[in-house]
Design a protein around this ligand. Structure first.
Ligand code: BJW
Length: 233
């Protein structure tokens, strides 16, 4: 069995990282148009760096939860059975990797990387970023930004994602509200390819009606049970 898994902020909620659109979520405290667009970064790079520096500090103090570990177990278990998982995350955290998932597609980038807006180099970054930092690759200063995909920018690896969807038999969305495109449209695409579609969420998402099967509750509880069911066949 080949399974395409799309994860969102909800899978990391129980690790203490905030979601975006839930009550008390990140976008209820911060304006995305002032912090998560290329125009916002051009207008006020200090504010944008502050926002991501804070989130980077929070991430370094967080740990993966049972839902991340369940997906790592699914990857290994399906590989042993001759199948596989394409794990596509909208999250910029590294909790899937720390739980043991070996292949993770970060369509919205990675918080623990910097991106040089001049030469395009990406580099590991676990410390605070500032406008004074020089790019470790081209040496120019005033060029580094967080390696995250902002509104209006193209997510990473779109062709690879669409090819993986076409090659899979089951689509599973975990902890995503289904409100940000293109990811929100993948369930429709999966259905058009004849795949079974499953939603795992605390509550019905914006596009819950499109899914064949739905499991509601904290992902740390529902996902391990769901993974056991898939691995038993
Ligand atoms: C639990 C739980 C628990 C809680 N257990 N569950 C129509 C078509 C195509 C595009 C657009 C369109 N209309 C508008 C657009 C553009 C835009 C868009 O979609 N806007 C919408 C707001 C409408 N999209 C884009 O701009 C994207 N790029 C693009 O389309 O490029 C094409 C293009 C470009 C240029 C020219 C031409 C075409 C880029 C989107 C980038 C998104 N970036 C962000 C920020 C990234 C960096 C950062 O983290 O700061 O990505 S926004 C934010 O939302 C973040 C997330 O990855 C993303 C999705 O959020 P997610 O993960 O779903 O979180 P929430 O909070 O929404 O939901 C959490 C869920 O968890 C809830 O359902 C809870 O119930 C659940 N939950 N606890 C289980 N314990």
């Amino acid at each position: 069995m080949h399974v395409f898994v799309l994860t969102g902020a909800g899978i990391s909620a129980e690790s203490g990282l905030g979601t975006f659109r839930d009550k008390g979520g990140i976008w209820s405290k911060f304006d995305p148009m002032k912090l998560a667009t290329p125009e916002a970064f051009a207008a006020n790079p200090l504010a944008v760096h502050d926002f991501y520096n804070l989130r980077r500090r929070n991430l370094l103090g967080a740990a993966p939860n049972a839902a991340h570990h369940a997906l790592a177990r699914l990857e290994k278990g399906l590989a042993d059975q001759g199948g596989g998982v394409f794990l596509c995350t909208q999250n910029i955290d590294d909790l899937h990797e720390r739980a043991g998932s070996r292949h993770v597609h970060h369509m919205h980038g990675e918080l623990l990387k910097s991106l040089c807006s001049r030469c395009g180099a990406r580099a590991r970054c676990e410390t605070e970023l500032s406008i004074l930092d020089a790019c470790p690759s081209c040496g120019r200063d005033n060029s580094l930004r967080p390696d995250v995909v902002w509104f209006g920018e193209m997510p990473y690896g779109m062709e690879e994602i669409e090819a993986a969807l076409e090659a899979s038999e089951m689509f599973v969305a975990v902890g995503t509200s289904g409100s940000v495109y293109p990811a929100a449209g993948y369930v429709e695409l999966a259905r058009s390819f004849g795949m079974e579609t499953c939603e795992i969420n605390l509550e019905p998402s914006d596009n819950a009606y499109v899914f064949d099967r739905k499991f509601y509750g904290p992902a740390s509880e529902t996902l391990p049970v769901f993974v056991d069911e898939i691995l038993k066949g």
